[in-house]
Structures are given as C-alpha cells and as structure tokens.
Design a protein around this ligand. Sequence first.
Ligand code: SPV
Ligand code: MG
Length: 672
Amino acid sequence: MKALILNSGLGHRMGVLTSEHPKCMTEIAGKETILSRQLKLLERAGIREVVMTTGYFDKVLMDYCDSLGLSLHIEFVNNPVYDKTNYIYSIYCARDYLRDEDIVLMHGDLVFEESVLKDLIACDKSCMKVSSTAPIPEKDFKAVIKDGYVQKVGIEFFDDVNECQALYKLNKEDWNVWLDSIEKFCDEKNTNVYAENALNVVTDRCRIFAYDVKDRLCAEIDTPEDLEMIKERLNEVTGNSDKTVYMCFSADMIHSGHIAIIRKAEKLGRLTIGVLSDEAVASYKRYPLLPWEERKSVFENIAGVEKVVEQKELSYKAILEELRPDYVVHGDDWKEGFQKPIRDEVCEVLASYGGQLVEYPYSKEDKYDELEKRSRATLGMPDQRRGRLRKLIDMKGCITALEAHSGITGLICENTKVVQDGKTYQFDAMWISSLCDSTAKGKPDIELVDMTSRFRTIEDITEVTTKPIIFDGDTGGLTEHFVYTVRSLERMGVSMVIIEDKTGLKKNSLFGTEVEQTQDSIENFSAKIKAGKAAQRTKDFMICARIESLILERGMDDAITRAFAFADAGADAIMIHSRKKDPSEIFEFIKLFREKNKTTPIVLVPTSFNTVYEDEFKEAGANVLIYANQLTRTGFPAMQNAAKLILENHRAKECDDICMSIKDIITLIPEE
Ligand code: SPV
Ligand code: MG
C-alpha cells in the first residue's frame, strides 16, 4: 500500500505562516508539523512508500522530508503548473506511480488522530472519512451518502450529507476507476476542478464506504484560526502519545528502581528502551549474566515499553540520531564520573534537533548494590567463568589479558578501568604466568614451582575475581601428568591452558637461544594435545598449543608446519612467540596461518614486539593479546626502591612520596 499526499497548494489563507514554506510544514505541536506527524503516523501504520505531489517551495519541502530521517521512501512529483491548476492535475502528474496500487490518499493539511488512520487502513472496503456528528460546513466538502456509501463529494451538496475530509483508503480496483476518470478530466483540460468531480461521475463503479469517525479528530487547517483550534484539540486527544521517549539499560537484573524510572518515563510519551549490547556491557561493567536476546525479551514484556532496540555502544549518539526521540530519560547520577562525557554528548545531540533530557534523582539503595554483588559472585563460579573466554573471543574478535600472580594483582586486573573518548576500557582476562608466579615465590621459571603451588595461586585469584583465566602450563609435563592437570584446571574454572612445545628442562623463552632448550617433536606434542582434549570433561575448556620455533630460530616453515599439525591434533588455539622487537615475523606467521585456517584463535604475547597497537594485531587476525609480566616488572622494582630508600635514610619518611596512602590501598580490596 502506498500513501499519496497532496502538497502542491500554498495555503494562501494562512497568511505569513506560509510565506517561507508550504502549508504542510506548519508546526502543530512543538517542532511537530502537519507533515511530520502525517509521515510518522504512516510509518507507524506500516506504510513504506509515499508519493508526494509538490508545487510551492518544493525544494524546501524535499529537504525537510529528508531531515526527518524516517524509514519511508518518498517519491516527489512536481506539478509544474501548480498555481494554475487544482490538485486533480497533481494526481494526474503522479499517475504512473499510483496505478494498480492500494492507496491511502490525504490532503497535506489534514490533522487526524492515529486511530482514524489505522481504522481506515484496517477496513477491507475502500473508504472515506466522514463524521455524522460534526457540523455540516457551509463552504467545505460534504459527502452525499446512500446505503453507507459515498455518492458524491463536493461543497455544493446539502441533502443526505455528512461532513467529510479528503482522507481515503482506496483498494486498487476502486482507485483505478477513479484514476481513469481523473486522467480523462485532465486529458480534456478539465484541470481546475476537484479530483472528487472526477469521482462523482464514477461512484457506481468506485464504491467508497463512508467511514464515520464521529467525534474523533480529523480536520484540515485552512486558516490561523483552524490552526489554533486544532492545536488545542490535538493536545486534548493525544496528550503525550505523540511524544517519543528513549532510555537505555544494560540491566540483566531488573529491580524496583528500574521499574520506577520506566513508570515515570512512559508518562512522557511512547517509550523505546535501548538495551546495551553484550559487548558494550562487558566493556564498562562486567560480562552480562543474560545474553542480549534474553535481556531484550525481559524489557519487551514490561508494561509501558513500546519497543526495544539494541544500543551497540555506550555512546547514545548513533541511536539518538536514528530515533530522534523527544525525550531521553536518565537518573541524575551521570552528571559526574565516567558517564559525564556520555551525558554531555547526549545533550549535544538532543540540542541539534530540539529534544530534551529529563533526569530523575538517582536512588542509590544498598539492596541494589547487594544484588549486584551477588551477581558478580555468580560470575566467579567455575561453571560461569570457564566458558566466558571463548564467548568474549567470539564477541570481540580480539581480547586482552593481563598477568596476575596473586589475589591483589588479580584485583588490579579485575578492576582497572580507563575512560577515553566516552568509551571504557578494561582487561578481558587474566594470565597466570609461570615467570611471574615463580618470581613472586622467589624461584626461577624452570617448572620448579610445582602444580600444587601453582593451583594455590589460581585459587588465591579466583577467590577474589570473576574474569576468565588463561593458565601458563609450561610444557604441560609428562602426558600422563598433563591429563590430570587439565581436569584440575577445569574444576577450578580456568578457561584455557597454554602449553609450549618444549621438553626437558624448560627455561623462560625470553632467554631465546642463550640457553639450551629442546623442542618437542610434532608427534609427541600432538599426542599430548590429543590426550588433554580427551581428558577434559567440559566443552568450554581450551587447550592452546604454543610454538617455540621462532624463539629457537628454527624458521617460519617449522613454525607454520607445527601450527597446522597442532590445530589438527585438536588444539583450540595457537600461540606463536617471538623475542624480536620487530613484529614482522609475527605478522608473517599470522598471514600464513590465516591463509588456510580462518577460525582457530591466535594468541600473542607482545612483550618484545610491544610497539604494535591492539587494533593492528586484531586487523592482522590475532585474537588474544597477553600482557604477560608488566605488573611483576613494575611492582617489584618499586619495592626494591622503597627498601633502598629506607636503608639509605634510616627511616621511612622519604618513602612517603612513592607510597600509596593507607586509605587507597584499603580501597583496592573490596569490602565483603
Ligand atoms: C610467562 O609469562 O611465563 C610466559 C611468557 O611463558 S614468556 O615469559 O614471554 O615466555
Ligand atoms: Mg611461562
């Protein structure tokens, strides 16, 4: 079904109100014009195509329609002799777009209630709006009605008439008959009459039902007095139902605070809720307990919510530019803190089109904090935590992990956030490095710290955090031992173990060829991977094969051959390591691997090749970036320095400047 809107006339009787634009652009409620309202109602009624005839100020009209940003395709048809003809000729000009279509026809100066349009469209017969209760106008259109159907329309009839307006729903069979008659009139140069004159001669074949809307609003605006009267009526009948309201939620836990603000928002108009995407929630808060689809469905089922859409970013800019709501509603808590830049941007976008921000006092209640704490705790449980690494990789494409070797470094990784340009950044996962775990225990990184002790570190960290864990499993040890390690790690909620293809006494890779190291054979290492995969009890757990060929200078061919072999053996991810500052061999490896394998995640530890930005690695095809030792390498030298300062000064005062205050150190540890 197409809509036909007749906008070729100027509306001389409106005086100065139409000196710069056509009558349909007259404002009837705030910035809402007769036309913007008509178009929005058509859009809401499911119409997608509009044919609009133009005349006066056609460029102004076209630009205006464009600026409304509606999802309607509008075909503009100019009547070149708009000042010498009546709208019958405008329809004639547009006839090629209109034939064989069901049509909603309306004059461009009509204002009607939404239900009037909806009812006409829903009527299966062709129909015209009439009112049996409105006074019979002296000089305007009346419809002569017989047996419920329109016989004639014109200003000259007074018997058996009802007031009527040029708002029709026409089924194509009836419309084609009327359009033929219009064509005939115009071909015979009869262009200064109403289109209804052409209707009146074919009503035996063009059957139009007189749809009585009684007292509902459907009136034209011809004069400034009409305008004032209709503005008032419109306000009475629509209240706020013409206004649109937008709110955004991340919540996977709806509580009475959310419902209370939704109740307030819905009073302002028709409410659309934006639900933040999983990625946006994970970026600023924590991984959502419920995926987006479920959160969407929860909001869809709250009374008063008309529509739910996805807000892909913390920034509201894109969604506001698309929806252009009259109001954005939010708690006033975002006037300060990390959300302030987001609020500032919202104000800017709203100002650009005349929208308004409505803020309600934010009620911080302990019970909500308690609920949030409980849901965070759930995220830390082994079954919840384990599968999240894979989900994050799927969701973000490339994730970051930071080294943690104790409860406190785990908390730093869990809670450190940075806000830049309205976006929040935090680490996605934690890396339990053999180097840092050993260093924290004052031992060399040679698989000397036994598994029981390494597991203790994992437990210290899991007790106080929720983020997924990648465990540095060194060589994995004997295959017979590795299978037990896999199950223990799974039980603890670890998401991934990385084992390197070395055998014998392992030393840290960053020594390169300075130390004697033996690379395991492809066969042995593949067998270890297979055994690990067979041993695991959950489907979430990942085993990553780490290739040492570049570290041991065995060449790219060896590295890539191993990568394909280990992926074939069942490795869930491939880590390639290098100790060169120049990242080219890493990029070359990624390119060669991705030529044949598009899906197996690639893991990198950019300690030496650290000039490359995360986005560049992501672009190249990497999926996990591990910052493997930076907390250890910054934390322990700071301690060494403090120890020296005390010894040198024989007191602790000189240390004060480099010490965190007691208050700050306490706040690093969340209260239970
Ligand atoms: C570790 O952090 O222990 C690692 C990475 O295995 S590296 O030190 O670069 O070898
Ligand atoms: Mg290690």
